[in-house]
Structure formats: C-alpha cells, structure tokens
Design a protein around this ligand. Structure first.
Ligand code: CP
Length: 319
C-alpha cells in the first residue's frame, strides 16, 4: 500500500490507467475488512481533514465517504447546500475559497454541473474527489462496481457486461464504460433510442442495442440504470409502464445471460420500473455488495490521496 499514487485528485476515469485502477482496487481490498471488525477504525489519516460538499441529494455516496473518512480517523465534515450559505447565493468560487481557508486535505464534491469538480480542483490547494457531476462522471461508483465485479468473478478482464436503461442521463454508465473498456470488457449498452446519445458507441467504444435480449446474451454482468425521472421530459419517455415492459429487468428477461450472471444497480432503485423487486432482492443481486464496496473503495481513494502514498495537489498557490 505504499507505492505512490500518481494523481493529486480523482476527477474522472479518463485520467486513470489500468495500473491506477488496479492500485485503487487492491488498496480497497486491503481496507475492506476494517468495516467488518468490532472496532471499525484505523489511525491512517489521523490529523487529516475531509470536507464533503454535496450540491445534489445522495444517500450512498455521501454516507460512505463520511464513514470512509471516519474509519481512517480523518476529521470529516459534511456540508449540505440546503443548510449552508449557498442558500444565500454564495458562488462556488467563494465557497471554495472559504473552505480553503480552513485547510482541508480533501474536498469531496457532488454537483449538478458537469465539470464542477475540475473547477474546484483548479481553485483550491487541496485534493478534490468527484462524487458525481451532472451527466459527466461518477468515478468512485465505477470503481466500487469494478471492485464488486472483480470479487464476484475473480477478474475484470474480457467480461461481457450489459448496461441497461437511461444511458443518456447516466454518469454511472459513462464512468463504467470507460473503466470496463480499460480491461477489455465487451460492454453492451441497451436502451430506448431516446435514452442513448447518438454517438455513444463510437465515443465509448461499446456496442449499442435497442433491445435487451442481444445485450444480455451470454452476459457475465447485468447492470440496471435508474430512470432519472428528475431529468426526464415526457418526450423522451412517455410511459414508465411501457418502459418497464420493454426494458425492465426480471428473472425471465435474464434467460439469455450466463447462469451465474450477477445483477447490479447503483441505486436508488425504481422497483418495478428498471428492475423487478424479486430480481433486486434475489440471489443474483449484488446491490448491497456494491454498497459495502463503496466504503472500502472510498477509504482507498482518501488514503491514496491524503495518506503517505498521496501526490501533492497543484491548486492555484501550490502550482
Ligand atoms: N449510486 C449513487 O450515487 O447513490 P446516491 O445518489 O445515493 O449517492
């Protein structure tokens, strides 16, 4: 766990190599058991400060970053925009400068605008982690998904992975496609034409299908995406019932996938829409394994950025 991490920030998957991903996953593997101990704490990041700055709602990502920081003994502060001066109109720039004056080591940010974490990284002297920005990227989700797949299948290399549903609005799909292609996975995207961007296949080097069946054929991993009702217009998806009938995942629909195929969902789930409740709670589902992996992977990311292995951030005054 002592090889230096080459990056001052974690902003997207595009900037990572296969070796970087393996380093994060191996570090997460070493830290995984901390969360299963009676005393779930190690002193690794004692004296370090992590600020979680969430401009959008979150259950899994925010809680797991908070627990990850605390289990590494970092001082961890959650800042929700609903109860901060953002409500009074404070800009992202001024929020960054205000928080910077308190000397954090890492800022974890979720924001509705694509590129906001990159802007923060340019304007602060600490490390920055992207916890989801607009429809652009969700790198720690892709890393925890990769961790879960590797634990279940023993490898990432060459797997057949179907990613199904609302791809257009999904930062999870984009980050997963990038990461899985690094390992030579056969990534199949399935969704209605209105919910898959036009040039997605070329941009992400994946196959795109307008029906579920060819995407699921012989698949090792089947990933359902959340229908993002808050970002959808009626023109894109006239009826949830019709969507569930044609793209909703169920045990029957998985008939063409491998017998030992696993079923994933980043959460939160729309049960009965993109995934049948029996499948979500059934033996193929690794949804809660993904949640548990989230803590270990986020511990690894915080450790690699702020611990002994971390690279110095190059913000405005550190550059
Ligand atoms: N998967 C995910 O990002 O979930 P939250 O929005 O609850 O953090």
């Amino acid at each position: 766990m002592t090889r230096p991490f080459r990056h001052p920030h974690l902003l997207d998957i595009t900037s990572l190599t296969t070796e970087d991903v393996v380093q994060i996953l191996d570090t997460a593997e070493a830290l995984f058991e901390v969360s299963r101990r009676p005393v779930r704490k190690v002193p690794t990041l004692r004296g370090k400060t992590v600020i979680n700055l969430f401009y959008e709602a979150s259950t899994r990502t925010r809680t797991s970053f908070e627990l990850a920081g605390k289990r590494l003994s970092a001082d961890t502060v959650n800042m929700s925009t609903a109860s901060s001066s953002v409500k009074k109109g404070e800009s992202l720039y001024d929020t960054c400068k205000t928080l910077e004056a308190m000397h954090p080591d890492i800022v974890v940010i979720r924001h509705g605008a694509s590129g906001a974490p990159h802007y923060v990284a340019k304007n602060m002297r600490c490390s920055v982690v992207n916890a989801g920005d607009g429809m652009h990227a969700h790198p720690t989700q892709a890393l925890l998904d990769a961790f879960t797949i590797r634990r279940s299948k023993g490898t990432l290399a060459g797997l057949k992975v179907a990613i199904c549903g609302d791809v257009a609005h999904s930062r999870v799909a984009r980050s997963n496609a990038r990461l899985l292609r690094l390992f030579g996975c056969d990534v199949r995207i399935a969704g209605p034409r209105t919910l898959v961007p036009k040039h997605f296949a070329e941009a992400f080097d994946v196959s795109v299908y307008e029906r579920l069946e060819p995407a699921l054929d012989d698949a090792d991993v089947v990933m359902a995406l959340r229908i993002q009702q808050e970002r959808l217009s009626q023109a894109l998806l006239p009826s949830l019932r019709e969507y569930a009938r044609t793209f909703g995942l169920s045990e029957d629909r998985l008939a063409g996938a491998k017998d030992d195929a696993i079923v994933m969902h980043p959460g939160p789930m729309n049960r009965g829409v993109e995934i049948d409740p029996e499948l979500a709670d059934g033996p193929r589902s690794v949804v809660l394994d993904q949640v548990e992996a989230g803590v270990a992977v986020r511990m690894a990311v915080l450790y690699l950025l702020a611990g002994d292995a971390g690279a110095a951030p190059t913000g405005p005054r550190g550059a």
